[in-house]
Design a protein around this ligand. Structure first.
Ligand code: NCD
Length: 326
């Protein structure tokens, strides 16, 4: 590619007028066109990151706040990096040392932070619907960074972007989500997003964590990884969310691992170009063995890089829609 062509391909272009959303609350409410628009923009941001030109002052003068009431490594850091690379200020709120312990409600906390002059609140909370509640009560943009077991839209988008980059399409692929389907917000966002783009989804795990009711959403379910493995194009390995469970869903982690760990032996029975994803954090030896997690089929760290690109696209889009007054 010539230098001029490379330059042109690094352009982000004008704000897409068809994007009207001030908030990103979930992939359930997004259309296939809206999902593709975010993916296309994220792909452009990713190209800039790869070209060493990640800094792009599109949000100069804007302020974003990370309002995280649950732990996070990747999501929190990548939202902060995304905001800073776009030239915005990013402030980190720490729930543990806040006035929540003095009895302040989440809405009051968020309203007080907004009153300091904030354009975007990125929120993670253990209660499903918290971002939706804030969107109703705040004037600024709200982005859902995970609401309990409900949705994690930017994780869904970065997973889909990674699949599209690696396999060139989404339509017609068979994507299996393995593990704690019952408590995983990543599972829900993957299902909404991937189905809209034409993938076939299989949810697979112990019967205590995989309900036959998923079939009502047009999703196949299975209790046996070994049965479904030969026909799967993508495996997304989900962590067992012990922190959201009231009772143990299986007798021991060892027994879970015998049935569901993706290891070298299982890899040998999979399609030769199978793609392995995991949202992280991974528990080596439980969802996946180190040799598979670090092997050629794994895109786990690539997902993390895409996470920054997706969050750059999302912050740019929701603030741009706010500026347009919609
Ligand atoms: C996920 C989350 O927090 O929902 N991780 C992430 O955001 N990268 C999945 C998990 O915690 O297992």
């Amino acid at each position: 590619m010539s230098e001029a062509a490379t330059e042109a391909s690094l352009e982000i272009g004008p704000f897409p007028s068809q994007w009207r959303r001030r908030h990103l609350l979930g992939l359930e409410e997004l259309s296939a066109d809206e999902i593709c628009l975010v993916l296309d923009k994220a792909q452009q941001f990713r190209r800039r990151i790869d070209a060493g030109q990640a800094k792009l002052p599109l949000l100069t003068g804007k302020t974003c706040v990370n309002l995280f009431f649950e732990n996070s490594t990747r999501t929190r850091t990548s939202f902060a990096l995304a905001a800073r690379r776009l030239g915005a200020d990013m402030v980190d709120f720490s729930a543990a040392t806040s006035s929540l312990s003095k009895g302040e409600t989440v809405i009051d906390t968020a309203k007080n932070i907004e009153a300091m002059g904030v354009d975007v609140v990125v929120v993670r909370h253990r209660t499903p619907g918290t971002p939706h509640l804030l969107a109703q009560n705040l004037d600024c943009s709200v982005v859902n960074a995970g609401d309990g077991p409900h949705e994690h839209p930017t994780q869904g988008l970065l997973d889909i972007l990674t699949i599209r980059q690696r396999l060139g399409r989404i339509e017609g692929l068979t994507v299996a989500l393995i593990g704690d389907i019952a408590h995983s917000r990543t599972a829900r966002s993957n299902i909404w997003g991937l189905k809209k783009l034409g993938a076939h989804i299989i949810v697979c795990g112990p019967s205590t964590l995989v309900s036959p009711r998923w079939a009502e959403l047009g999703v196949e379910y299975s209790y046996s990884l070994d049965d479904i493995l030969p026909r799967v194009d993508v495996l997304n390995l989900l962590r067992i969310q012990f922190e959201r469970q009231f009772t143990r869903p299986f007798p021991s982690v060892r027994e879970y691992a015998l049935l569901y760990t993706m290891d070298r032996k299982r890899l040998a029975r999979a399609k030769p170009d199978i793609l392995i994803l995991a949202p992280g954090p991974i528990n080596r030896g439980v969802e996946v063995t180190p040799e598979v997690a670090d092997g050629p089929h794994s895109a786990i760290l690539d997902q993390v890089t895409n996470g920054v690109a997706v969050r750059m696209a999302v912050l740019w889009l929701v603030t741009g829609a706010g500026d347009a007054g919609s």
